[in-house]
Design a protein around this ligand. Structure first.
Ligand code: KIV
Length: 268
């Protein structure tokens, strides 16, 4: 059902209480933001996955504040009612709480976002607390942390060992205690994600973390078949727009080269 009133953090707290699932998509432009809220997607994340899906980078590391703000502002122009979250890029919050505060303010003021997301658990809980105390809603993100790709060397499931699982539970609780309004659980074994979700009083938003999370998030390019490389295991393809786009461009190229386009009806 289309959204018809502006959502705030209260919407997500209420859904957690009622046990209702939250639907969220990571996307990057005005038209898809409008489509998404017309289809009832409640939380739109302008993810730094932008780096791979749209800007052609190998990972999220090269993404800058300027890249993010440019796309956040586009999404904010397209969406009227959905709750908008901007992903703080690599090194925009780690150096100091002061830098995190200033950059978060840019997401809210120039980017038109309602909240920011930052990666990490206990290590960033202090920063989350400063942001929330300053009036910035924060969504946490634990499990697989794409911004750690250079130190990890690969993307891998998080929380398989007992020790890692215990650490993830502590991370989730630290983010909640710091005032986060929700937390993304990325690529955490389903049973552990369910355990974390059960312990939290704020919603968990899962990606590759099974059905027991309070909500789900998918990357729009994965869902729509708009990618050139591989489809991650956790992604479900709901359409194959890549195929459609190539078909349309092929027809156009053939028609132009054979002088079948433009016809009379396309000429003034
Ligand atoms: O960047 C992104 O799109 C994300 C989601 C996958 C959670 O962080």
């Amino acid at each position: 059902m289309a959204l018809d009133k502006k959502l705030t953090v209260r919407h997500f707290a209420a859904k957690k209480k009622k046990g209702e699932k939250i639907c969220s998509v990571s996307l990057y432009d005005a038209p898809t933001a409008k489509f998404a809220e017309e289809c009832g997607v409640e939380l739109l994340l302008v993810g730094d996955s932008l780096g791979m899906t749209v800007l052609g980078y190998a990972n999220t590391i090269p993404i800058t504040m300027e890249d993010m703000l440019h796309h956040c502002a586009a999404v904010a122009r397209g969406a009227k009612f959905a709750f908008l979250v901007g992903d703080m890029p690599f090194m925009s919050y780690h150096p100091s709480s002061e830098l995190a505060l200033l950059n978060a303010a840019r997401f809210l003021q120039s980017g038109g976002m309602d909240a920011v997301k930052i990666e990490g658990g206990r290590t960033v809980a202090g920063i989350v607390e400063r942001l929330v105390k300053a009036g910035v809603p924060v969504m946490g993100h634990i499990g697989l942390l794409p911004q750690n790709i250079l130190t990890e060397g690969a993307y891998r499931v998080a929380g398989r060992s007992r020790e890692e699982a215990k650490g993830l539970i502590e991370d989730a609780m630290a983010l909640q205690d710091a005032g986060a309004f929700a937390v993304v659980l990325e690529c955490i074994p389903a049973e552990l994600a369910g355990e974390i979700s059960g312990k939290l009083s704020i919603p968990s938003i899962g990606i590759g973390s099974g059905p027991l999370c309070d909500g789900q998030i998918q990357v729009i390019n994965d869902m729509l078949g708009l990618f050139t490389d591989h489809l991650p295991r956790h992604a479900k393809r709901y359409a194959n727009l890549g195929h459609e786009i190539k078909g349309a461009l092929k027809s156009y190229a053939e028609e132009v080269k054979s002088s079948r386009f433009p016809g009379k009806e396309h000429s003034v």
